[in-house]
Design a protein around this ligand. Structure first.
Ligand SMILES: O=C(O)[C@H](O)[C@@H](O)[C@H](O)[C@H](O)COP(=O)(O)O
Length: 250
């Protein structure tokens, strides 16, 4: 049975710290129980703040990062190492530091454990890249946690209200064009791939998100799945968690 939990923190920094600590706790348990952890990171200000908080967590030294795999919920279709890429922002914010901190140990986080979407520079076109990414995600890994940010329009990953990607069925990755949030071309996990996760965590901060949070929470509490609010369409198999700051919680 799916449980929905809400944590409210004073600000984005406190939210990010608490969320990062819990993420490492989940990773530690997954490694102990099934030999590996699969964590899906997200772009956006709050998602990247969570990654930035990871190296500061006291539990870093207790985790066997050689068994922790990081994935991405979506990616912006720009060249490798471009500053707009979610993988590059995550590396710069915290993954590179995690690699540095663990480098001289047998538990090191190494580059092959960071599973990136294809980049504009190394794939022929967006549709080919989506097919390549889908192949790499078939079968879909047993994600322990999918982290999601949420836009003021209630989009998650790169699944925007009214966009065709929302209807994608039978595939884990979809090509997204004409995204209302720049850049306009993107790759995204589908609702099906996100929903295969054990836990889905929304990380949302800022007063500009309060209306969207209120609408999505109201829809979910009423059992209403509304394609105009993509965040109302996703659940973890076991648990869905909201990590909010006070401004977003309203
Ligand atoms: O690539 C992206 O832009 C995202 O993954 C996107 O879904 C993001 O998480 C939300 O737009 C929230 O972003 P903010 O926290 O910056 O508002």
């Amino acid at each position: 049975m799916n449980a929905e939990i809400r944590h409210v923190h004073p600000d984005r920094g406190a939210l990010a710290t608490a969320c990062a600590q819990e993420l490492l706790a989940v990773a530690g348990r997954a490694v102990a129980e099934r030999g590996r952890a699969d964590l899906v990171l997200t772009g956006g200000s709050t998602g990247i703040a969570v990654v930035a908080a990871l190296p500061e967590c006291p539990a870093v030294g207790d985790i066997d990062f050689s068994r922790v795999h990081f994935w991405f919920g979506d990616e912006r279709w720009v060249p490798t190492a471009h500053e707009d890429r979610n993988d590059q922002q995550a590396m710069d914010a915290g993954l590179a530091e995690l690699m540095r901190l663990t480098a001289r140990t047998p538990r090191a986080l190494r580059a092959p454990n960071v599973h990136r979407f294809p980049a504009r520079s190394d794939s022929a076109d967006l549709d080919t890249a989506a097919r390549q990414a889908a192949t790499a995600l078939t079968p879909t890994p047993a994600f322990d946690v999918v982290l999601l940010g949420m836009g003021p329009d209630a989009h998650v990953a790169s699944l925007f209200p009214g966009h065709p990607g929302l209807d994608a069925a039978g595939m884990p990755v979809v090509a997204v064009r004409q995204s209302p949030k720049p850049p306009s071309e993107r790759l995204s996990l589908t609702l099906e791939a996100i929903g295969a996760a054990d836990q889905v965590w929304f990380t949302v901060a800022g007063a500009d998100k309060a209306d969207a949070v209120a609408s999505v929470v109201a829809a979910r509490e009423a059992g209403r799945r509304d394609p105009a609010l993509p965040a109302s369409l996703v659940d973890g198999r076991r648990r869905t968690v909201w990590w909010l700051d006070e401004a977003a919680a309203g």
